[in-house]
Each structure stands twice: as structure tokens, then as C-alpha cells.
Design a protein around this ligand. Sequence first.
Ligand SMILES: [Fe+2]
Ligand SMILES: [Fe+2]
Length: 570
Amino acid sequence: MYRKWLTFMTGAVLMIALAAAPLASAAARTYDQTAIDIHLNATTMPEHVALTWSADPETTMTVTWRTSTAVNDCKIEYKEENGAVNTMTIKPHLFQTAATDLNYGRMNLFTVTLHNLKPGTKYLYRIGNDQNEWTGYSSFTTEDTATVTDNQFKFLVFGDSQSGNYEVPNYNPWHVTLENAYKANPDAKFFINVGDLVEKGQYYQHWNNWFAAAQGVVDRIPAMVVQGNHETYDAADWNSTKPQYFVQQFPVFQNGPDGLKGQTYSYNYGKVHFVVLDSQGEEESEDAQGNVDQAKEEAMFLKQADWLRNDLEQNKDAVFTFVLFHKTPYYNKGTRSNILLKKIFTPIFDQYHVDVVFNGHDHGTSRTYPIYHDEFMQSPSQGTVYYVTGRSGAKYYPDLTQKVWDAKFYDPQDQPDYQTVDVDGRKVTIKAFKQDGTLVDTYVIDKAHPENSTSNHEILPSRYNTKQEVPAIGDSVKLVIFGNMAYGSSSKATIQNGKAYADIQTIAAYTGGSYDAAGKTLRIGHKKYQFTDNMLTDKGTKVDIDALNAMGWSNHYDKKFNMVFVDLQL
Ligand SMILES: [Fe+2]
Ligand SMILES: [Fe+2]
């Protein structure tokens, strides 16, 4: 169903891509080329220079780049601003496109980790080939030793940057979002992309555009990337393989479990512990016919769960713990639930009090109330906040809604968005911005002064935070207030001050009834429901579902699907 949905989405995605065009057109070049040669457009000149960390951020930097196969080796020169030049010679490894790619080609990939760097130091560097052709100088800065003590630093987070259409590898919106975010935050120490970097992970033309669009940032601050489901997709169809291109191009920390190195990893910066998980159990457990081996999928999650418990146990001293993975246990898109990964991972986040989980995949921006054992908590000291990071690229979904667990929801229809995360000792401030810099949300966790934490001032939707176990979706359910298109979502409910309101016209349309807005009267069959002003909100378009209950309707909160349902009494 998901793959059909992707096809269906194409029209909407194109419209959004066009809507983003005026911003993108300010760029000197575009990042949507489809022409690609057998060198994958690599030349003898080193390019696609990218930084990441695979070892200690205080004393190392990992640099990757590419050339055509006509180059035998490359040199990297690096130096402090007025220091002596260090030179290393690097041999390439051959990168060939997969048999499933539509672009046959090969090129050289180069990876080097510079060691014994000075902490807190800016280095200039450039790369040259064996024909003495050199890139211009770029620069990077190692982590300051003081950061390990004072825990003050900022980083950027980007949601899905994919093009949204595999035939149109348009990474202009990603370019503008990344460039604008870095211009507004030149003090950011690194950036995170939470997955679905590209539309098809085994279709090289997408990577050409992604890397070209990221130049100017990815060669100055490290990219600490997370793998998404689209990194697994083959070019010719939507079958999945291991994310071969992703792991070859991003040599991150290789400290994950066997079989998942480069996809699952952890690292520390300041006094923050970062954990990256691979949520693609489904895609990575497909057989050749595209059927998911569910036992294999569960085993893949359980293997990471064992590794995660051990990793969190060893990093209990961190002031903050952030976990990043692509798919959403607490989603804002209609057709998502990810029940298995939620069941396996979230109890571990509860046990070790993970502060924030950052997800992608849904392309909407939302953050939950603090959640502990699937129940809403007043303070972030009592639970984990799940933050869905929106979209940094062209792809947009039309079925995003606030869910019962969301304290904040923002639908990035008009333009992409991104987050800044400012860590300051025992306080963290997460801000969401539109691509043009408009502030969308500010969220604070202050461990020294909990009364200043945002969650402590938000009203919990306690009416729906029930421990009651109710049956899963059945034939009797007529209307879903929060959730899943597959079950007939209204997509128009809102939460205000902890109360849920349903769209009256949607109820009328769905039930074959009619609504007289002037008379505030809903008629369904022979039944008539008379509303009063205090039952209504949003200019009389939505009705309090508690009021509906009082009129003989009923609703329930379904723990399995984490949704509120209204059972119509017809
Ligand atoms: Fe995505
Ligand atoms: Fe995704």
C-alpha cells in the first residue's frame, strides 16, 4: 500500500516543488540534473567533499570526496590558520553502482580520518589529485575541550531532504534549507539529517544532486546522518537492499552491532550522548520477491535493543541523551503506526530516561508531551519527548494532523523547515524554523530550573490519557478523530486546552447527515443534535467530543493505535 501511495503522491509533490521554486531560484545553480555518465559525472578534480566524525570530535575529523577513476591517489593538506602544512596521501577505493541502479558507472571514493588534531582549533584544508589539481581551501573546527566541561554548543537537525519524485531528483529545496540554516547559525558545530536524504538510495543521480546541493556546509561542519527507508530503495522499482551507497559515502562511527555498522552508532559531543538507530527493519528484511520476513525484522530490532541497553548503560553520566532514528513511534502522518519498533525501543527509552527522540519519515513537525510507559507526563524529567522534524526537502504529505500525544504540531505545507538545538549546561532549547527563518516553535528542557521547562506549562489531554485497554479497530468504528487514513480519518480534529474537537461538516459528510451552521443543528437520519456556543470552537466549525458524549455518543482512546475514536450512535 505504501508504494502505491508514493505514486499517488507525485502530483502533490510536484506542486510543492514548484511552490518552493522562487526561493530556490536565488541559487546560482540548480541541483536537479538527470544526465549522468559512466563516471557518475566524477572528473579528475576532487569534489563532493564531506565531513563526518568516526572518532573523537576533539582530536579527529573524517573527510570524504570523490574523483573519476583516472586519479591514482589524492593528497589532503591541512593546517592551523598560521601553522605548518600537514600532507597525507590517500589511496581510493572503487565505488561501483549496484546492479539495481539505472546508472551504470564507477568512480573513486576517498576517505581519510585526520588524527592528533588540537581541540577547539580551526583548520584549513584542501584536496589535490595526482595531477596537482587542487580544490579551494575549506575549513573545519574540532570540538573545544571546554565544551566537554561547560556543555555549551549548538547543532542543526534536518528532516527528510528527499526529492519526492524519483524521476525528478530535485534537491534545490534541500540546498536552500541547508544554506539558510547554516547562514543563520554559523556557530553550529555539526548537522544531523534524520533520514530519507534521497528519494532512491540506489539511484546515483539523486546522490550527485544531494552532495552538490550540500557543498558550502557539508565541507565545513560534519554531517551526522541517519539512514531512512528511502536509502534502501533500488532504482528500477521500490524493492529494498541494504543501504549500500549510504554506508559507503558516510563513514560514521563503526561502533554499532554486527551487520548494522554505519547504520546504528553512538557518539558524544559535550556532555550529550547521541544514539543513532536503524528503524528500517521492514525494508532490510525483504526477500527477493519483496515480502517482509517478520521474524527477521523483529530480530533486527531486538539486536539493536540489546546493543542500545548496553550503550545507554555505559553512558549514564551524560547530561542529555538524544536518540535519532527515521520512523516514528509517535507519528503525525495518517498512515503510520510502526507498532513493532515502538514496542521494542520505547521501554528502553523509558528505562534510561532518554530526553528527546528525533524522528523523520512523516514530513510534518511535531513534538509530544513527555511520555513514560505510553502515558503523558507533565515534566520532561518524567518522560521522553518525541520530536518529528518536518521536511528539509521538496517532499510533502497532505495527510498530516496533530495527534492526541502532540503538544505542538506544525504542518510545513508552504515551505520546508529545520531545527536548531542549543545545549547550554543542563538546559537545552530546541527551535523549529521555516526555511525563510520564521520561528515556528521553541521548546526548553531546563534540568536546573524545571519550572522553566516548556512542558511544565502545557495542559495534558488527561481526558484521553486513559489506561483503559479497549479492543482494536473493528467494524463498528465510524469516525477516527486522530489518525489513520486507512481507517477513515477526519483529519480535521483539533486539541485545545486538553479537549478534543471534531469537525462537524466532516461528521455530517461521513454519516450522510447535514449541518445547519446558523441554527447549530446537526441532523443524522431521524436524529437531531442541537449544539450551543459553549460546545463549539473554530468559528463554530468544530464540536467538543465531550459534548457529543453527553448527547449519547461515545469515544475511546485506543492504546494499540494511539488514536481517539468516536463511535457514532446511528
Ligand atoms: Fe521521507
Ligand atoms: Fe521515510
